[in-house]
Write a protein that binds this ligand. Structure first.
Ligand code: GLU
Length: 313
């Protein structure tokens, strides 16, 4: 039999509409889009609006406008629909509930203070939960969160840039929350369920999420879902090499758009920081960069946003 043709790539960008996007978000979106488009793949936009206390419709609107302005389009997502919608997590909660019925879980009534005081030394991204509510009946006067009784083992994730990250599920991860006491679904569960439901083959996202990946792989395994390829890209830093923040005075994407800045200047600055164009490239459209995505060049990028004066002036 002739070999099957390779499966087409499906990439995605999954922003949380909890504020205006900074240039670092835009750069991650651009890299994820270039990765998919460069391989002739499809691109999905998913709005991760699970936290009702932080998500706002106005920010979703801003994200869509920002992406279009930058020249980033999507085949599936808000405003274009698609076969695997809805593309807003707040409208997909039934699938998270269905997934949770397939996992061993228990209610947890620990207060923040208890969690702080009982937590063992942090190994992973957050303190490892010591299993307090496994041994006691949780208080019933409080809204209970739901934790996954994580099966013991070694959860290992692979990344095209960063190699392998193996975590001991008991020592490094612990029983983590799948649904908060106020009913909000946890990112870790939702992202795994949605990436699978939307047929995502390639997750390109910021490397701040790399340490979360083993737990996502462990959830995929428990739910018998396939594991996408992962590529965690460096975060964009300020001109001084520290985490990009307000202190650096970098305008957010919507501010640039509303001020009538030429988006090709913004894309050029993002592409220079990613090593995808020469340092003297002043203007480039996103579509002209399709084909320029190259991991070695990204690795060699300086990942710093230059001072505003050097790319806005
Ligand atoms: N919604 C997450 C964020 O905005 C990204 C999640 C992901 O790409 O897996 O940081």
């Amino acid at each position: 039999m002739p070999p099957l043709p390779p499966l087409p790539i499906v990439g995605r960008y999954a922003p949380s509409p909890s504020g205006r996007q900074h240039l670092g978000n835009a750069r991650t979106a651009l890299l994820a889009w270039l990765h998919a488009r460069g391989a002739g793949g499809r691109f999905v936009l998913r709005i991760e609006d699970l936290d009702p206390t932080r998500s706002q419709a106005i920010y979703e609107r801003t994200i869509l406008d920002d992406l279009r302005w930058l020249g980033i389009d999507w085949d599936e997502g808000p405003e274009v629909a698609g076969p695997n919608g809805p593309y807003r997590q707040s409208e997909r909660t039934a699938s998270y509930a269905a997934a949770m019925t397939r996992l061993a879980v228990y209610p947890c009534g620990c207060t923040r203070r208890e969690l702080r005081e009982s937590a063992s030394a942090p190994h992973g991204i957050e303190p490892v939960y010591p299993g307090t509510c496994l041994q006691r009946a949780p208080a019933t006067d409080r809204m209970l969160s739901t934790r996954w009784r994580i099966p013991e083992g070694c959860a290992s994730a692979t990344d095209s840039r960063l190699g392998t990250l193996a975590q001991d599920t008991a020592k490094d991860i612990g029983d983590f929350v799948l649904q908060r006491g106020d009913g909000a679904w946890a990112y870790q569960l939702a992202v795994v369920v949605d990436d699978a439901a939307m047929g995502i083959t390639d997750v390109v996202r910021g490397d701040d999420l790399w340490t979360s990946t083993p737990r996502q792989v462990w959830l995929q395994r428990a739910l018998e879902l396939s594991t996408p390829r992962y590529l965690h890209v460096p975060l964009l830093l300020g001109p001084d090499g520290t985490k990009l923040s307000k202190r650096h005075g970098a305008p957010d994407v919507a501010t640039l758009r509303e001020a009538g800045v030429d988006p090709t200047r913004v894309v050029a600055a993002l592409a220079r920081s990613s090593g995808l164009v020469a340092q003297d490239c002043q203007r480039v459209a996103a579509v002209e960069l399709v084909g320029a995505f190259d991991l070695t060049r990204i690795d060699a990028g300086h990942h710093r946003l230059e001072p505003n004066s050097s790319w806005l002036g």
